[in-house]
Design a protein around this ligand. Structure first.
Ligand SMILES: N[C@@H](CCC[C@H](N)C(=O)O)C(=O)O
Length: 286
């Protein structure tokens, strides 16, 4: 079997992109994704993303496997990479200069609904990430009754009580504010949050330090991928949690180990908008 791929990253959150436009089923299995994501025996990545044909009038569909083979509903950094990948594929299709892409947006069907990334003139990608979901049943978590929000609730992990806020950006996030993100032992406690019994579909976990109301530092443990250099849905959830806890502005910069994302939770339409980079690394053939 021969499979062409392109490696992209969004702030060091890296993905193997597959042109899957000829079929509505991913051309690789979750087990193959695990092998390809391996950083020693494979290509190395946090996940594999498939560009599939659109559904219900949307331009394209996105499916993604985490590096552990599980399938998340959405990926913020991944969908910025997908937008660049699609623009490159379309440019190749019409044999034009790939650097001369007209700024445009795509309606992408995902397991979390329709998400709209837009390629900006400056090379960045802005994504309409949709409405955050806040009730316990939407996260999902058993930390509160189904129809209630989880804001600043105690959660015991590793012998300590953490005050957590839960937000779904299509995928689940558990967020906690700390004095110093650098002091958090992510490698030890991340997995304990991910697999905590109160999260029936596991969770992504973000540790946030408020530097200023418009500038937050965040480190993430991702469900299905562990420590990553950045998480787009996690950065969006960070600002939503910050606003819900009265700790940040609705528009803020989120600094992650791999770089910064600009996030806005719009007061006008209540949707979350994310702007950041997406870069091609290399192409190859399996
Ligand atoms: N890195 C992503 C999130 C990828 C999915 C996540 N690991 C999950 O299982 O929910 C992002 O940039 O949002």
């Amino acid at each position: 079997m021969t499979v062409k791929f392109t490696k992209y990253h969004g702030l060091g959150n890296d993905f193997i992109l597959i042109d899957n436009r000829a079929s509505s089923e991913p051309s690789l299995t979750p087990d193959q994704a695990i092998q390809l994501c391996d950083r020693h025996f494979g290509i190395g990545a946090d996940g594999v993303i498939f560009a599939l044909p659109g559904q219900n009038g949307n331009d394209y569909s996105m499916r993604i496997f985490n590096s552990d083979g599980s399938e998340p509903e959405m990926c913020g950094n991944g969908i910025r990479c997908l937008a660049k990948f699609i623009a490159d594929l379309e440019a190749q299709d019409i044999s034009s200069d790939p650097n001369n892409i007209t700024p445009r947006s795509y309606k992408i069907h995902t397991l979390a609904g329709v998400i709209t990334p837009k390629l900006e003139n400056n090379g960045l990608v802005t994504v309409d990430m949709g409405l955050p979901q806040l009730t316990a049943s939407e996260i999902p978590t058993t930390l509160a009754p189904a129809d209630q929000k989880v804001i600043n609730q105690p959660l015991d992990v590793a012998g300590k009580t953490w005050l957590v806020t839960c937000v779904s950006m299509g995928n689940p996030h558990c967020l906690t504010f700390v004095d110093d993100v650098a002091a958090i032992s992510l490698e030890t406690i991340g997995t304990l949050f991910e697999h905590h019994a109160v999260f029936p579909q596991r969770t992504n976990t973000e540790f946030i330090e408020v530097v200023r109301p418009d500038y937050l530092k965040m480190r993430v443990w991702e469900r299905g991928a562990g420590i990553t250099l950045a998480c787009g849905t996690g950065a969006c959830a960070t600002v939503v949690a910050g606003v819900l806890n009265g700790k940040c502005d609705r528009r803020a910069t989120v600094e992650l180990p791999g770089g910064c994302l600009e996030i806005e939770w719009s007061e006008i339409d209540q949707r979350v908008y994310m702007t950041g980079a997406a870069e091609q690394v290399f192409t190859g053939v399996l």
